[in-house]
Design a protein. Sequence first.
Length: 99
Amino acid sequence: MPATSTPLDRVLAQLALYEHPLLSFSARAKGDGVEVIIQFKDISVPVHTYYFDLHPRDLDHAQFEWTFQRQLYDALHDYFVEMFIRTPQDLAERRRKES
């Protein structure tokens, strides 16, 4: 990493290595860390934007590229699960309220 590279530059460089047909990735500085932003590309679908933080310890990790990928994939998993608009648990809850 060049001495002039900021934590945000490092994250943006990593994000440039990823391309997804449904999602776009960006990042911005947040305090001493970086906030990663995941957005659904189709703005006509009303889903939220997902954010996760990278802390200085994450950014300084000797295996940053690998730990970043793990955090990104974990965030993607969480984001897609949060996109459900109905689950079996929702149906059970509605039936309980109707009784």
